[in-house]
Design a protein around this ligand. Structure first.
Ligand code: PLP
Length: 387
């Protein structure tokens, strides 16, 4: 089976599994004073340094969460509620129209709690429209949230530019780096970010662990979402999952080492997939083709083809995703493609691919052949009746 769904989750690296292994059995709570507790605490602190190094932060600016969803909630809800508690008059939160659901759903909640919420539009190439963002920014703006890279079309967003605009108006800036960190160089200091969210399972680490970066000089510390034993400086209490955190750290260190090499291979394979499809006369268009994108990320439109049908037909040979979310039997069009002015009809023909560092040339050739065959059979099966 060929796995090309790395935007959803990346395979666990063998080196990461190896680093985690001893921590499953040699158990100790990092808060306990004995040897096992100290070993757990040392593993966690090493991971904090490894993750901080990956994004140019200080280790004390990294706090562990269950993933990027929680990190996004913690920053956006937590900063809004902290500002309200401090009596700040700023009441508006801006995010891009193509954020992950874990930002958009938080914005809905904030709107219900009386905050003002606005979405900045994106260009047809899937990049936030900075002049439009500048227009939305005002003296009432508390926070801007702009993702590092998009999880459907792979576009790398101009977060440094957004940070400058936000700060010029006295607003704070958060970036959901779940898809960017570990895949392209990120320096939170050079980008001037106040907050960031990370997820281990998008960079060949384990599921169920992530982190927030809270800059030591951020004007507002988020208010916690849960209350308990004071871990993670009281911002995110609860016993830390040592094996997962150790794995997250190992994955960050590995990504730091092999990022350039890996992205070159991914880009070569992505080009190969397009060449193979063209060679098989498959009609395909690449979305966001001229925008800066993650290496190995492809959003492909197959005009007239139902992408869901392709994903289903190939489910046991090639793991792919569509860009649309299916909920309660209804196919909802992707908010990302919609924001890029792609029609609902065209959006239904889009396959989302992320070629991981473990994919080979044989994988890509096999996938191209399978996609081509599936499209041929779908088109024949659904084409006009000859009778
Ligand atoms: N943000 C982005 C951009 C993502 O792609 C994802 C993953 O689906 C998330 C947040 C959520 O991450 P997690 O699965 O760690 O909660």
């Amino acid at each position: 089976i060929v796995y090309l769904d790395g935007h959803a989750t990346t395979p666990l690296a063998a080196e990461v599994a190896e680093a985690m292994a001893p921590y499953w059995t040699a158990t100790g709570n990092a808060q306990s004073p004995h040897t096992r507790g100290q070993q757990a605490a040392a593993g966690i602190e090493l991971a904090r340094v490894q993750i901080a190094n990956l994004i140019g932060a200080e280790s004390q600016e990294i706090l562990f969460t269950s993933g990027a969803t929680e990190a996004n909630n913690l920053v956006v809800l937590g900063v809004a509620e902290a500002a309200r508690k401090m009596g700040l008059r700023r009441n508006k939160i801006i995010a891009s129209a193509i954020e992950h659901r874990s930002i958009l759903a938080v914005l809905e909640e904030l709107a219900a709690r009386g905050f003002r919420v606005q979405l900045a539009p994106v260009t047809p190439q899937g990049l936030v429209d900075l002049p439009a963002l500048e227009q939305l920014l005002d003296e009432d703006t508390l926070l801007v949230s702009l993702m590092g890279a998009n999880n459907e079309v792979g576009t790398i967003q101009p977060i440094g530019g957004a940070a400058q605009l936000a700060h010029a108006k006295g607003a704070l800036i958060h970036s959901d780096l779940a898809q960017l960190a570990g895949k392209a160089p990120v320096d939170v200091v050079a980008l001037d970010l106040d907050y960031a969210s990370l997820s281990a399972h998008k960079l060949y680490g384990p599921m169920g662990v992530g982190a927030v970066f809270v800059s030591g000089i951020a004007a507002i510390k988020p208010r916690p979402l849960v209350f308990g034993g004071g871990q993670e400086r009281g911002l995110r209490p609860g016993t830390l999952p040592t094996p997962l955190i150790v794995g997250f750290g190992a994955a960050a260190a590995l990504a730091d080492q092999d990022m350039m090499h890996v992205s070159q291979i991914q880009e070569r394979l992505a080009r190969e997939l397009l060449t193979e499809l063209a060679g098989r006369q498959v009609k395909v268009l690449q979305n966001a083709a001229s925008a800066p994108r993650l290496s190995g990320s492809l959003s492909l439109s197959f005009p007239g083809v139902d992408a869901d049908e392709i994903v289903n037909r190939l489910s046991s040979t090639v793991c792919l995703s569509t860009s649309s979310a299916c909920s309660a039997g209804q196919i909802a069009s992707s908010h990302v493609l919609k924001a890029m002015h792609i029609s609902d009809k065209d959006a239904r023909s889009v396959l989302r691919i992320y070629i991981s560092k473990y994919n080979t040339l044989e994988d890509i050739r096999f996938a191209a052949a399978q996609i081509s065959t599936a499209i041929g059979s779908v088109v024949v099966a659904t084409g006009p009746s000859t009778q």
